[in-house]
Design a protein around this ligand. Structure first.
Ligand SMILES: Cc1cc2nc3c(=O)[nH]c(=O)nc-3n(C[C@H](O)[C@H](O)[C@H](O)COP(=O)(O)OP(=O)(O)OC[C@H]3O[C@@H](n4cnc5c(N)ncnc54)[C@H](O)[C@@H]3O)c2cc1C
Length: 403
């Protein structure tokens, strides 16, 4: 594996870095102020302006490794770019590279019909609409995708959809026009053939966004995480993706690139937290010395640097494996980084909070919100334990084969 970034990636890194400094970081406070004034569940002018500017600079749709519709970058090339985007709480939306749209666009690129692509992929690529992924349900353990109970029942030339979903990220946003719904279509089939993915327009009669959930009190507006109820929602049969019974297969595919992006962004957030920690440690004095020279604070900073660098190498390795041997063979590496990246980011942010004293847990620094965001990733991308089980299986299988 070559550790050097290619000249193209170096050039893109420089451009994204410059855009983050000139446009994104200064917009963070404006974005928060806009939300604080009035209705939180509407798009902000700040974000729409950032999108226009990033697009004008050609910093748009940089993901999509397998398609000519993106920038033609491999996962390995995209990783350092996503890391830079992850430094801001505004994330990668200015670059049209944010979840869950990225994962949904990948699904449509890979499995969508020409009509589905025309109707939903094109406006998503343009950044005109947003989308959501509705799999998790309040009533069943959703870390196991085969558990889903919400139903999509065939009736003539339509699917009739019923059930309750929650943590449907993005569904509160008025720009969200479509959901990829995962539902039970054939309870009698093999466990992995019982479910299907169906495109459900947000304005279909019977779709009810019941409430936005909060994460440690944060609502993540205007994106949000919604509880959504489906009551006799009817959509055409053609809205099924790939075919009935193929939902689990798509869910497995969706665990690939779209989801390691989170790890790349986690490292960006960890870098920003470490930067804030170092500044604080140098600028603030207690007991006659800068915090950096008190107790074990040097070790604290050193530990954060080492852990971030180790996690970055693991992320790049997972990306490299995905590019060279494919997601299936790289499943252990993908699972490894999904455990390591948010856990490292959490430790680094926690140390930065500690160095900031009371300010660290307040709303006056971004650290508390960063902590909340990273903590969710130990669940939202599948619980750590499920990834650990996958890693252990790969490891044990190798030895079983050798015996
Ligand atoms: C902020 C946020 C955003 C999200 N966005 C989305 C979204 O857009 N769309 C969507 O569909 N879902 C989304 N989710 C939901 C997320 O994917 C689920 O919460 C996750 O899959 C776990 O499912 P569950 O909550 O039902 O937990 P459960 O399945 O009930 O699991 C609970 C716990 O059981 C333990 N456990 C489970 N399996 C194992 C195992 N094999 N070994 C050992 N222990 C185990 C773990 O400790 C686990 O945390 C989001 C969640 C959050 C917090």
């Amino acid at each position: 594996m070559d550790f050097a970034y290619s000249p193209r990636v170096e050039a893109l890194r420089a451009r994204i870095n410059a855009f983050m400094e000139a446009e994104v970081f200064p917009a963070e406070a404006r974005f928060a102020e806009e939300l604080a004034q009035g209705d939180r569940w509407r798009p902000t002018g700040t974000m729409e302006e950032l999108k226009r500017r990033a697009r004008a600079e050609g910093l748009w749709n940089l993901f999509l490794p397998e398609s000519e519709l993106g920038a033609g970058l491999t996962n390995l090339e995209y990783a350092p770019l996503a890391e830079l985007m992850g430094r801001s709480m505004l994330g990668s939306e200015p670059f049209n590279c944010s979840a869950p749209d990225t994962g949904n666009m990948e699904v449509l690129v890979r499995y969508g019909t020409p009509e589905q692509k025309k109707q939903w992929l094109e406006p998503l690529l343009e950044g005109e609409i947003r989308s959501a992924f509705a799999m998790t349900e309040p009533d069943v353990a959703s870390s196991d995708a085969t558990n889903m109970q919400a139903t999509a029942v065939r009736d003539g030339n339509q699917w009739v959809i019923n059930g309750r979903k929650w943590w449907t990220s993005g569904a509160c946003d008025p720009r969200c026009r479509v959901m990829i719904f995962m539902g039970l279509t054939d309870p009698g089939a093999h466990r992995h053939r019982q479910h299907s993915m169906v495109l459900v327009p947000m304005d279909a009669p019977g779709v009810k966004v019941v409430r936005p959930l909060t994460v440690f009190g944060y609502d993540d507006a205007p994106h949000g995480h919604a509880e959504v109820h489906f009551e006799d929602v009817r959509v055409p049969l053609d809205n099924v993706i790939l075919g009935p019974g193929r939902g689990f297969e798509i869910a497995q595919g969706r665990l690939g690139p779209g989801r390691i992006h989170h790890c790349m962004r986690s490292l960006g957030m960890a870098e920003r937290a470490l930067e804030l920690a170092c500044r604080r440690a140098l600028d603030r004095e207690a007991f006659g010395k800068p915090l950096a020279r008190l107790g074990g604070n040097g070790d604290v900073i050193a530990d954060s640097r080492m852990e971030i660098d180790m996690a970055r190498l693991l992320t790049l390795r997972a990306a490299y494996m995905m590019d060279t041997v494919g997601n299936k063979v790289a499943r252990s590496e993908i699972a490894q980084i999904k455990v390591v990246a948010p856990n490292v980011a959490l430790r680094v942010i926690d140390r930065a909070i500690q160095l900031h004293g009371g300010a660290g847990v307040s709303g006056d620094t971004p650290l508390a919100y960063m902590y909340a965001m990273q903590r969710t990733l130990r669940l939202a991308d599948g619980p750590d334990e499920v990834h650990r089980a996958a890693i252990a299986k790969c490891e044990l299988d190798r030895h079983r084969l050798a015996q």
